[in-house]
Ligand binder design. Structure first.
Ligand code: FOL
Length: 200
């Protein structure tokens, strides 16, 4: 359709809003990854599919055996000249987030659009005003240890422009996705909670 699809950021972050270290995630949380996979894959209309938009470095960080992320249209944002990009089966390339969103808005089979990182793509898309919803997994080290990070979301901008909604608001938004019965999930050295932030 020509109506603008819903745009949602999905990210896992620390209290510092740190999201990554040296091009990767400094944890391995299988239940959290299962939540990511479900939330980005499930559609209300079974004839449709969702899209995931990511930066080229995030694409590089996904294990080869998991990419392109199955059952979702994968879109990579790159500064490379699109005429020289080596095609990848099941993947679309764009030079800007706006370009990717415009392209996807013209595809009737796309239900929701998820922005899945990394730092540069997240921060550009929140500050552009394109995004109204952030599905954030709030992670902390269970023993309170510091976790080294070199990539961050803009915490001041997000807390200044978005409000965290309650658990009911989250469950309503994610629909059939299983967010667990416990509010706090413990896995390995980490504890986390699923949250939804909405633009004020
Ligand atoms: N958001 C959240 N909440 N958690 C994340 O780990 C996360 N990661 C990214 C973006 N947003 C996120 C970017 N990094 C895969 C790997 C890295 C990645 C995103 C996805 C991946 O391999 N996903 C598979 C599932 C793999 C598995 O089951 O272990 C997929 O099908 O989604």
């Amino acid at each position: 359709s020509s109506s603008k699809p819903v745009l949602v950021i999905v990210a896992a972050l620390l209290p510092t809003f740190g999201i990554g270290l040296k091009g990767t995630l400094p944890w391995k949380l299988s239940k959290e990854m299962k939540y990511f996979r479900s939330v980005t894959s499930i559609t209300t209309d079974p004839s449709k599919q969702n899209a995931v938009i990511m930066g080229r470095r995030t694409w590089d960080s996904i294990p080869v055996k998991f990419r392109p992320l199955p059952k979702r249209m994968n879109v990579i944002i790159t500064r490379q000249d699109l005429s020289t990009v080596k095609p990848i089966e099941g993947v679309k390339f764009e030079n800007s987030i706006e370009g990717a969103v415009k392209m996807l808005a013209g595809l009737p089979e796309i239900e929701k659009i998820f922005i899945i990182g990394g730092g540069e793509v997240y921060n550009l898309s929140v500050s552009s005003g394109l995004v109204d919803n952030l599905l954030i997994t709030e992670i902390k080290h269970s023993k309170g240890e510091d976790v080294e990070m070199d990539t961050f979301l803009d915490k001041d901008y997000i807390l200044g422009n978005f409000d965290k909604v309650g658990r009911d608001g989250l469950l309503d938004f994610i629909g059939e996705v299983d967010a667990g019965e416990e509010v706090t999930v413990k896995e390995g050295d980490f504890e986390y909670e699923f949250a939804l932030y909405k633009r004020k």
